[in-house]
Design a protein around this ligand. Structure first.
Ligand SMILES: Nc1ncnc2c1ncn2[C@@H]1O[C@H](COP(=O)(O)OP(=O)(O)O)[C@@H](O)[C@H]1O
Ligand SMILES: [Mg+2]
Length: 449
């Protein structure tokens, strides 16, 4: 919809109510106002005096107030027209309007002239705020994951991507590698961790301020900002917005509006991408992914064989045993870094001597594992305990689990999957789920203390 369409729409309403069309000066005033012109400029366009223009405009605002049932002035005409348009055309609920303010967010109106003007007058000047991107040294490539993410972001123009995985698996590190490779494709980039934003409003204000740089007039809402420029927002540690000690799937009260933010970002037209990093799979994502809107999530796994580089950098010995070590610790870079330090310290770097102890050693992994375990609900903890002791398995293993109903049991399993804490066995067995040996060992040690 362009300005002429907006004028026609208004004229139609005036005609329907009064039986008269707008005069040509009234149309010029409307047009000038929608183009942010002063009365002086409108008067010049129409070759009449400024006073006359002001008089006609004042009558026009009164007329439109009567016709549209709103107190209309020069200063609010544009926003009111947009909102009325939005309410009458949009299929979306009012929640999203609250998130993005009173702007048009349906596809017909994406090309509203304000947006066009921003783009044509100001060829995009890049603003990349990378001040909070953590620094890593010697990261090994995760080529396949990087290719997948690049495909989604650059080729498919996905609006919303979530990278999930256990704490320390390498989500933030991967995002920094990705950023290095794709940053030239974006006019605006901002990286923030949720830890710095007490509420969604604070975050939004902060983002809008950032996006408003060099924009005259500045975008009023987050969506307007995302429409103006191809932007990439990376929000790290999303799990901090989710409620602990309940099944995965609810935001903490102060972050409840995130649900609407994610839905709006996924459903409304813009040219930007929100990349979320999280221990846990956020609520709403499953629905959005199923709607075929190019919203995706990637569950990050260990480094695999690449982790040999990491062991080499730690100066470990007994290379033939390295794959075994990597396998035992799931290729998890943080776990391997910590265990490599133990191997240096206790065995002078001999992996063979370390592996000669058959019980999985957790050492300084404990506090790390504990932080994730503490987030579980009591049902999830009961299910973990059951899965940690498969030797007790009966034909239907869950029946032995703390008197849980089938539904409670499966909900807990589903939630643990979203926390990346249980894995699916590749082959059909009595119970299709299992714990990674490190997690299993942790749970066993927990239950025996
Ligand atoms: N690709 C990689 N190559 C080498 N080390 C890695 C890699 N990814 C992660 N690491 C190591 O693992 C640690 C944790 O990674 P990080 O990305 O911060 O985890 P997460 O964000 O998933 O909690 C890093 O400090 C780094 O030492
Ligand atoms: Mg991280």
């Amino acid at each position: 919809m362009d300005i002429q369409d907006a004028i026609k729409w208004t004229d139609d309403r005036v005609f329907a109510k009064t039986g008269q069309h707008l005069s040509s000066l009234q149309r010029t005033i409307l047009e000038g106002t929608l183009e942010n012109k002063t009365y002086q400029q409108v008067a010049k366009d129409y070759h009449c005096s400024k006073d006359h223009t002001k008089r006609v405009a004042s009558e026009l605002w009164q007329l439109l107030s009567d016709v549209l049932g709103e107190d209309i002035k020069k200063s609010n005409l544009k926003s009111i027209l947009k909102r009325i348009e939005f309410n009458s055309i949009s299929n979306f609920g009012s929640d999203a309007t609250q998130i993005f303010g009173n702007i048009n967010i349906c596809s017909e109106i994406t090309h509203y002239p304000t947006v066009k003007k921003h783009r044509s007058r100001n060829p995009p000047k890049k603003h990349h705020d990378l001040t909070q991107v953590p620094r890593y040294y010697s990261l090994y490539p995760r080529t396949q994951d990087l290719d997948t993410l690049k495909q989604w972001i650059l080729e498919e123009k996905s609006p919303l991507i979530t990278l999930t995985g256990l704490s320390g698996i390498g989500k933030t590190a991967l995002a920094t590698q990705l950023l290095e490779q794709i940053q030239d494709h974006f006019d605006r980039i901002i990286w923030r961790s949720h830890r710095q934003f007490p509420t969604l409003n604070t975050l939004q204000t902060h983002l809008i301020e950032f996006f408003a740089q060099d924009q005259d007039p500045p975008p009023q809402t987050l969506l307007e900002a995302l429409q103006l420029h191809r932007s990439l927002i990376i929000l790290d540690d999303l799990q901090d917005t989710l409620t602990p000690n309940t099944l995965v799937g609810t935001y903490r009260p102060e972050y409840a509006q995130y649900s609407q933010l994610l839905q709006a970002i996924a459903r409304f037209p813009h040219q930007s991408c929100l990349l979320l990093l999280s221990w846990e799979y956020p609520p709403d994502l499953a629905t959005l992914e199923s709607e075929n809107r190019h919203c995706y999530s990637l569950q990050l796994q260990g480094l695999g064989k690449t982790a040999k580089n990491l062991l080499a950098s730690k100066g470990l010995a007994d290379r033939p045993h390295w794959l075994d070590l990597i396998h035992r610790y799931n290729g998890h870079p943080t776990w391997l870094n910590i265990i490599a330090a133990h191997i240096q310290d206790l065995f002078n770097g001999s992996v063979a001597q370390f592996l000669a102890y058959p019980t999985l050693f957790l050492g300084d992994l404990l506090p790390l594992l504990h932080r994730q375990y503490q987030r579980l609900s009591s049902t999830e903890q009961a299910v973990m305990l059951k899965l940690a002791h498969p030797e007790d398995a009966t034909e239907t293993p869950h029946q032995a689990t703390e008197k849980l109903s089938d539904s409670e049991y499966l909900q807990a399993i589903n939630s643990l999957r979203k926390r990346n804490l249980i894995e699916k066995k590749p082959h059909q067995t009595a119970s299709p789920w299992h714990l990674h040996p490190v997690i299993q060992q942790y749970i066993k040690e927990q239950s025996s203390t």
